[in-house]
Design a protein around this ligand. Structure first.
Ligand code: ADP
Ligand code: MG
Length: 339
């Protein structure tokens, strides 16, 4: 769980802080008619630095597991304006010439650094490539391919599971290269201003790093066979906000957006609830209900390892959304997969 600080606007209008971290992964919500404590693996309070979140969330281990060939996913979830993009990418740079301070870089850039360092120190021959997609109004768009955005088909095969046809995958071998892909793609994302956040992302974005270790052996002995090649993935998911239509003052096109966002988040919540049931009592998991759940099927219920960062605001005005995020996260925490 990550609790962001109160914003200037919230402080100015005198919002109360209703969320407090109690230490040891406990978070307490106290307001007029609500008093509840939730338990999680880790809680990062308003004062926690980006580095503390990276080190304390298990993100470093996730990067190492991806290098070892596992499918790893991290997703940020929460109401619009709760700090999802901040947690993943840091504050948006003020201008191209003035990049954000290194201390404020988010989980993504820190993971890239860690990945490239590991790949050098292990001396292994890693081939790295990235793909970047967004789901906007239930259409999948490639954020890396140049030119006007066009919808890509989502298909299923027995060997690959759900996959996006014709998605671009770009090779990279330096931090500069992957950071520039991230920035290029993020600028193409659909955002629209509404009451809660001026630069709000109205789409779900999935950046996937494909890590292939080539089959190499330092001392190839005849007949001994080289060490097997491994293919891991590290997927970063920035979900669009979960707010209700009426609170954002959305109408027309914006309310269509909000409805498709809510529909896919509802489908995600539904899959998570069913996955959280004990294995014997599990029924069919309706991954096919939305594009988002199809793309996340492997991360949620398959052979992957997933870190979910639920972002919340401490303000009394966000109470109901905060409680719903905490319940959602508590359910997600009960899901076990078999990597
Ligand atoms: P979301 O992606 O969930 O809609 P953002 O990440 O864009 O929300 O955050 C909303 C605003 O709050 C931004 O201006 C961001 O810089 C600020 N913010 C979010 N989290 C933090 C934090 N932990 N510390 C300082 N500012 C934050
Ligand atoms: Mg965002």
């Amino acid at each position: 769980i990550r609790v962001r600080p109160l914003t200037c606007t919230e402080t100015r209008r005198g919002d109360q802080r209703v969320v407090h971290s109690l230490g040891d992964g406990a978070v307490h919500v106290s307001a007029a008619r609500h008093d509840a404590t939730f338990g999680f693996s880790a809680v990062f309070d308003a004062g926690a630095s980006q580095e503390a979140v990276f080190e304390g969330s298990g993100m470093r281990q996730l990067v190492e597991l991806a290098i070892d060939g596992f499918s790893c996913t991290v997703f940020a979830f929460g109401q619009t304006g709760s700090g999802k993009t901040y947690t993943l990418m840091g504050p948006l740079a003020q201008s191209d010439t003035q990049p954000a301070s290194p201390a404020l870089l988010g989980l993504m850039q820190r993971s890239f650094t860690c990945l490239l360092e590991q790949s050098r120190s292990r001396g292994s021959d890693l081939a790295l490539s990235a793909s970047y997609l967004e789901i906007y109004n239930e259409q999948i768009r490639d954020l890396l391919s140049p030119g006007p955005p066009c919808a890509l088909p989502l298909r299923w095969s027995k060997t690959r599971g759900f996959y996006v046809e014709n998605q671009l995958s770009v090779e990279f071998d330096s931090l500069e290269a992957i950071v520039s892909l991230l920035l290029q793609g993020s600028q193409r994302r659909r955002t629209s201003a509404h009451a809660l956040n001026r630069h709000s992302s109205r789409s779900h974005a999935l950046l996937t790093i494909h890590i292939r270790s080539r089959a190499v052996s330092a001392h190839p002995a005849p007949g001994a066979g080289a060490c097997p090649s491994k293919q891991g993935t590290l997927c970063f998911v920035d979900l669009a906000g979960s707010e209700r239509v009426k609170e954002t003052g959305s109408s027309g096109e914006l309310s269509l957006e909000a409805n498709s966002i809510n529909r896919s988040l509802l489908a995600l919540g539904h899959c998570i609830s069913l996955l959280a049931k004990p294995r014997g009592k599990r029924t069919h998991i309706p991954y096919r209900d939305s594009k988002l759940t199809r793309l996340l099927a492997r991360s949620l219920g398959g052979s992957g390892i997933t870190l979910m960062v639920a972002c919340i605001s401490p303000s009394s005005r966000c109470l109901s959304e905060t409680l719903s995020t905490l319940h959602y996260a508590s359910r997600a925490r009960r899901v076990t997969t078999r990597p």
